[in-house]
Structure formats: C-alpha cells, structure tokens
Design a protein around this ligand. Structure first.
Ligand code: NAP
Length: 239
C-alpha cells in the first residue's frame, strides 16, 4: 500500500492558499479558475514548476468549487455559468493541460466532488449537477488513464465546516446534520489517493445516505432531496 508521502510534488490550484503545506511538498498556484486565460497561464506555470521540482510522483489536487443556493430562477444566471466554469470546465481543462507531467511522474489526480453528486439537488440544482459531473467524469477518467499509470480518486465530502455555506448563501446546518472537520476530510482524501481508491466518502452517515439516495427510485430522489435541502435556507436572506 502506498503512502501520501510518496507523492513528492503536490500541486494545488485555487485562489486562496490551503492551510496545510503537506510538510512543504504543496506547491500552490493561485488562479481565478473562472477566467480561461488565467487558467491557461497557471497550467503553464505548473508545468514549468513541476519540471524543475525534485524527482518523485506528482499529485494534482482540484479542490476549488462553490455552490449557489436557492430556487433556480432566483439565482443570477451569470453566477450559474461561473459555477460551471469553476466546478466543471476548469477541472477538465486543467487535467488535460497537466497530462504531460502526470504521465512523466506516474501521477495522480484528486478531484473533489460532494455527496450532492449522488442525487438531484433542488435548491442547489446547478451545484449538485456539477458535482455529479465530477464524480462520473472522474470514474471514467480513472479507467481511461489506467494504462498510463495515473491514478484518479474522487472525494465526496458531506457537510464540512468551511466557508462553503456562507459563500453559497446557505444558512447553518439544520439540527441533526453534523459538520465534519475540514482537515480530517482532507486527510481521508489523501489517504484514498495513497491507496488508489476510486471514491472516498468521508463518514459513516455520508456513506449510508449516499448509498441510499442513489438507490431510491428516480421519481423520489428529487422530492426527498428537496425536503432535506430546503432546511438549509438562510432565514436572514431573501432566498
Ligand atoms: N464544505 C462543504 O460542506 C463541502 C461539501 C462537499 C463538497 N465540498 C467541495 O469542497 C471543495 C472546497 O470547498 P470548501 O468547502 O473548502 O469551501 P470554501 O472554503 O468556500 O473554499 C472553496 C475554495 O474554492 C476556491 N474558489 C472558488 N471560486 C474560485 C475561482 N473562481 N477560482 C479559483 N478558486 C476558486 C476558493 O478560493 P477563494 O477562497 O479565494 O474564493 C477556495 O479555495 C469545493 O469543490 C466544494 O464544492 C464542500
């Protein structure tokens, strides 16, 4: 079984630098992923950086993403398409642009989806669908890259204490919904990469709810998710 320390070079692309430097192995490349030109420049910077980095396996972490909470017509259309740019288009574009270094260094890609990926998500319609894309695409990519020796792991966290909820204009988690610790979730994702797992769903409750959600008849999935997700309304917003 591998360890995450065997990835000597770890690249992260987002605007904000992650808290954990992974013992100095993390190389942060700040970039607005909604901007196609900035993304292309950042991918080029990553390629140059990796070319001069110490030898060893490469891990690319694609964690950036945001949600937009509310009934679909009430959310600004530009925000919905920006969400697709960051959560979907940037993931495909960056992975394609970083194929060279990933091949050369027997790399791996860690994609961050969500438990929202397992069923339709009213109130977060575009977000949930973007994460369903990441999950399905990641699993397909894993097979496409098997022969190239590149691993793909999809992390599907449930509710986790970060800025995600406020950025999405959601309220606090309703009673009975636990919030995971972000560091613990990240560690589980990295352990999944080290073990070359296809999917990591942190926490027993998230595992059970994801497994149940996608086994419900299709016609029930939307109404059940609607019942749960409307409880995340922010009482002080007009959503
Ligand atoms: N928290 C949860 O409950 C939860 C559950 C399931 C999945 N997730 C997923 O986990 C991932 C990380 O989110 P988080 O929970 O850590 O929320 P967060 O604290 O809001 O962090 C989101 C990250 O994405 C970055 N980002 C957003 N828009 C960007 C853009 N245009 N260009 C570059 N970076 C951008 C943010 O940078 P800035 O800070 O500079 O904006 C930040 O680094 C996301 O993909 C999210 O969908 C979160």
């Amino acid at each position: 079984m591998g360890t995450v320390e065997s990835f000597r070079v770890v690249c992260n692309l987002s605007r904000r630098e992650p808290n954990d430097s992974l013992d100095g192995r993390l190389r942060h490349h700040p970039c607005d992923l909604a901007d196609a030109g900035a993304l292309a420049a950042a991918a080029e910077a990553v390629r140059r950086d990796v070319a001069s980095a110490p030898p060893g396996k490469l891990l690319v972490i694609l964690n950036s993403g945001f949600g937009a909470y509310g009934r679909f017509p009430d959310i600004d259309g530009g925000k919905q398409t920006r969400l697709l740019d960051v959560n979907v288009r940037s993931v495909v574009d960056l992975t394609a642009r970083l194929m060279g270094p990933l091949r050369e260094r027997e790399g791996a890609v860690l994609l961050v989806a969500s438990t929202a990926a397992w069923q339709p998500t009213p109130w977060l319609a575009t977000y949930g669908a973007s994460k369903a894309f990441v999950l399905q695409w990641g699993l397909a990519l894993r097979e496409d890259l098997r022969g190239a020796g590149i691993g793909v792991t999809v992390l599907c966290p449930g509710p986790t204490r970060t800025d995600f909820f406020s950025a999405a204009q959601m309220g606090d988690a309703p009673p009975g919904v636990g919030m995971a610790d972000a560091g613990a979730v990240a560690r589980l994702g990295l352990r999944g990469v080290a073990r070359n797992r296809a999917v990591v769903v942190p926490g027993v409750l998230n595992k059970v709810s994801s497994a149940l959600a996608c086994r419900l008849p299709r016609r029930w999935q939307g109404p059940v998710a609607d019942f749960i997700l409307k409880r995340f309304r922010n009482p002080s917003s007009n959503v």
